[in-house]
Design a protein around this ligand. Structure first.
Ligand code: MN
Length: 337
């Protein structure tokens, strides 16, 4: 399969690279790193993000070159229609690109998927899917080095890939962090990724309003010790009162999960403009939130980190959560952490 990809890339092509909607560090990191690589192979590359990405990622190499689909729809659609190949990074289903889904479905092109989420859809001509990988960025590293092009990894590409590995592993803390992940990260440092500077840019992002919003989130924290569960809510009004900026709630759910005997944590964030409540689920050990998100919250993700949504109001959503938990009681109590 690597061989097929290598052969395809021998001649210059018009290529589009796409992350998922609401892209995170791994999505933007993998797309920009792959872009840097493909440009050196003389391809004409366009990066199209379904929507805008949070400010804490806007310093990443090449990030200013993204075409944002929901702001420049005509330009993006034209690039997609011209594309001879599209790369789908850090997602494994068209619907994860939000409103881009329809144009993708009608596209006649060569699709390549590189992703580490579970249960990939079957749309790609080449599918690189490995849920055991820490991140899509780690997969991109293995792809580039696997075709013998390690020498083409620039400091900028190394920075992008290091960022995605760092953010998707929770700073090398999650179980998805393997010895190989650490070796890849070390290699990327050798290739020019500055770990200290990347950490500062990613994590030292508090503003006074974000800090206040975190205070509100923590005061809304509810702990259900009988289910080893904790959850947080944020209403639209609370977001508005604290000058919410995109990305501000990033990581809030981890405070709930950091409680010492909590196995499962969830955050609910009201999005009035979309008429939904967005939710993120996190877990420790073998407790599988991917399955839970798929079954109850119209979403999915990984075993220990998943997302979804609710179309009920906040009170009804809370009632729903509380009604779901008894079915998981045994599993929650038995999870070893
Ligand atoms: Mn990822």
């Amino acid at each position: 399969m690597l061989q097929t990809l290598r052969e395809r890339l021998q001649q210059p092509h018009k290529i589009v690279i796409i992350p998922h909607k609401n892209p995170d560090g791994d999505a933007i990191g993998s797309v920009t790193a792959l872009c840097g690589y493909l440009e050196q192979l003389n391809h004409e590359v366009t990066m199209i993000s379904p929507n805008e990405f949070p400010d804490f990622l806007n310093w990443l190499p090449l990030s200013e070159e993204f075409v944002i689909y929901d702001q420049e729809t005509d330009k993006a659609t034209e690039k997609l229609k011209e594309a001879e190949m599209t790369f789908h990074l850090d997602h494994n289903a068209f619907h994860r690109t939000g409103q881009m889904e329809e144009v993708l479905q009608n596209l006649n092109t060569f699709f390549v998927m590189v992703d580490h989420h579970q249960q990939p859809d079957n749309f790609a001509d080449l599918t690189f899917s490995d849920p055991s990988m820490s991140s899509t960025c780690e997969m991109i590293y293995h792809l580039i080095t696997g075709v013998g092009d390690a020498k083409l990894i620039t400091p900028a590409m190394a920075t992008s890939m290091y960022t995605g590995i760092l953010t998707d592993t929770g700073s090398f803390k999650y179980r998805s962090t393997t010895p190989t992940t650490m070796r890849v990260a070390a290699d990327l440092m050798d290739m020019g990724a500055n770990s200290e500077s990347i950490n500062r840019k990613i994590y030292d992002v508090n503003t006074p309003s974000r800090m206040k919003l975190l205070g509100v989130a923590l005061s809304n924290l509810r702990i259900l010790p009988e289910y080893r569960t904790a959850f947080i809510t944020l209403s639209q009004q609370e977001l508005d009162e604290n000058n919410f900026n995109k990305g501000d709630t990033e990581g809030f759910v981890n405070y709930a999960l950091s409680l010492n005997d909590v196995v499962f944590a969830q955050i609910f964030i009201e999005k009035e403009s979309e008429g939904i409540i967005k939710t993120s689920l996190r877990s420790k050990g073998d407790f599988d939130v991917n399955l839970m998100a798929r079954k109850h919250w119209d979403g999915g993700g990984h075993r220990n980190a998943a997302g979804g949504k609710s179309e009920l109001d906040m009170d009804a959503t809370m009632e729903k959560l509380i009604s779901i938990l008894p079915a998981y009681e045994k599993e929650l109590l038995q999870t070893a952490i």
